[in-house]
Design a protein around this ligand. Structure first.
Ligand code: NAD
Length: 453
């Protein structure tokens, strides 16, 4: 018995009916999504506390306001985004009309992770709805509180003939992936990304893969340590380190490390107090399995700051590790928790070489007072996104796309990039039926005269 067959058939029929194509329908769905966000704000905030002990400030900034802004942007720009895009023509085609039409793919599947369970589910949804698709949403089974709100409340707002939430973990998702979709948008880890891409390949379904990895953060000797420590600590410990674009490790000289350590300690104390476990601003680890994985990583190198953990709350203290070896697990896998290893390099050159030896990261950060240093890092490395002296704020600028490269993913979204991602770019050339004489110039037989033209 296939639990998804009926739902998918219903959505396919709705798409074939052309229901989702008109701008008015798309706008109505986006407005309904906005109402969902407004009317269920508290419910979502509570779900995020339940799932991740997420503070209201972090929930608003990184989830709710971000989604709301994406909806508003799409609503404001929908008529422009939907317009056919004229392209330049050559001499032969002056009487023709050539343009790119953005048409919906059809039935799209969005598979989301648990770390920003509202944002990473609904921001892609904004793009998919704006582009006129029917959508199957698969939230993460680990963020149970949010999953419940998305499954039980969100469908009450959207047109249920065109939209469905399906639930399940790895097994159900693999079963779902056996079906043919017209587009798959996946956010998660690179291992599962490979599973999704292999399943999509069976149907030649295009994919966006928003994956993760280890994000380097280079700190130059000339930086003010406290400024860098504040910015790095905020972003590393935001959502208890469970952020795909957070700095995963710091690369700096031993001297800079000595200056950074007290500055990091001071930032942590200022942000979360003397006892971070009692701070309402610090999140918790999503699951027992991830907690145990992270606790294992605390044994790498030497704990310079933090290092405490409490299984009963899935609490891991904001931690800094030093003296870590490149071969230790903490430098092999994406950390995805409140642990920051510092790896020593002697120069910018060595840092660049270290980064380029590894998979292309989702995010790369460079801190320096010298534009030249930041530019060198930008010019000589590759990553999905790059931050010079700044981290998180990248994400709230919808004019910049979010997306990885190589092992950190493929494709991009946010703002208009989302609309374009979920639209097939159809190349259209419309010619008049008259002036057949002109066409005869390229019909066979290919006489010498024609070939000389
Ligand atoms: P995950 O890959 O374990 O899970 C993501 C989704 O895939 C979930 O809905 C889950 O149910 C499903 N899934 C899990 N295992 C599966 C399997 N074997 N077969 C089929 N489906 C499966 O990822 P996660 O733990 O939820 O999220 C953390 C990862 O996501 C990190 O690697 C992080 O860097 C990455 N991430 C990337 C971005 C980005 O924007 N690039 C954003 C957030 C998280």
């Amino acid at each position: 018995m296939d639990p998804f067959a009926d739902t998918l058939r219903r959505l396919r029929e709705a798409f074939s009916s052309g229901r989702t194509r008109p701008a008015e329908f798309r706008a109505a769905q986006l407005k309904a999504l906005r109402r969902f966000l407004q009317e269920n704000k508290q419910l979502l905030q509570e779900a995020l506390v339940q799932d991740l002990h997420k503070s209201v400030f972090e929930a608003d900034l990184s989830e709710l306001i971000l989604c709301q802004n994406e909806v508003d942007l799409a609503l404001r720009n929908l008529p422009t985004w939907m317009k056919d895009e004229p392209v330049t023509k050559n001499l032969l085609m002056q009487l023709d009309s050539a343009f790119i039409r953005k048409e919906p793919f059809g039935l799209v599947l969005i598979i989301a992770p648990w770390n920003y369970p509202v944002n990473l589910t609904l921001v892609p949804l904004v793009g998919a709805l704006a582009a006129g698709n029917c959508v199957v949403l698969k939230p993460s089974e680990l963020s149970k509180g949010t999953e419940k709100v998305l499954a039980e409340v969100l469908p009450q707002y959207l047109d249920q003939s065109c939209f469905a939430v399906v639930l399940g973990g790895p097994q159900e998702t693999r079963q779902l992936l056996e079906h043919k979709f017209d587009y798959i948008f996946f956010t998660g880890n690179p291992r599962v990304g490979r599973i999704v891409m292999a399943a999509a390949a069976k149907h030649l379904t295009p994919v966006t893969l928003e994956l993760g990895g280890k994000n380097p953060c280079y700190v130059d000797d000339d930086c003010d340590p406290q400024t860098v420590a504040n910015r790095v600590a905020w972003f590393r410990y935001f959502n208890s380190g469970q952020t795909c674009v957070a700095p995963d490790y710091v690369l700096c000289s031993p001297d800079t490390q000595e200056r950074l350590l007290p500055a990091l300690q001071s930032a942590i104390t200022r942000f979360y107090g003397e006892d971070p476990q009692s701070s309402p601003s610090l999140g918790r680890i999503i699951s027992e399995k991830h907690f145990q994985r992270l606790r294992g990583l605390l044994g790498c190198g030497r704990v310079a700051i933090g290092g405490q953990s409490d299984e009963s709350e899935r609490y891991i203290a904001p931690t800094v590790l030093v003296d870590v070896r490149e071969t230790e697990p903490v430098m092999q896998e994406e950390i995805f928790g409140p642990i920051l290893p510092i790896v020593n390099v002697r120069s910018l050159e060595e840092a660049i070489e270290f980064i380029n030896r590894r998979e292309k990261p989702l995010a790369l950060y460079a801190f320096s007072n010298s534009n030249q240093v930041v530019t060198q890092m930008l010019d000589r490395t590759s990553s999905g996104i790059f931050g010079g002296n700044q981290g998180f704020l990248h994400l709230i600028l919808p004019s910049l796309p979010l997306g990885g490269v190589g092992n950190s993913g493929m494709g991009r979204y946010h703002g208009k990039f989302s609309f374009d991602t979920f639209s097939h770019h159809r190349a259209v050339l419309l010619a008049p039926l008259g002036l057949e004489k002109l066409n005869e110039l390229h019909y066979p037989p290919y006489t010498d005269l024609k070939q000389q033209m």
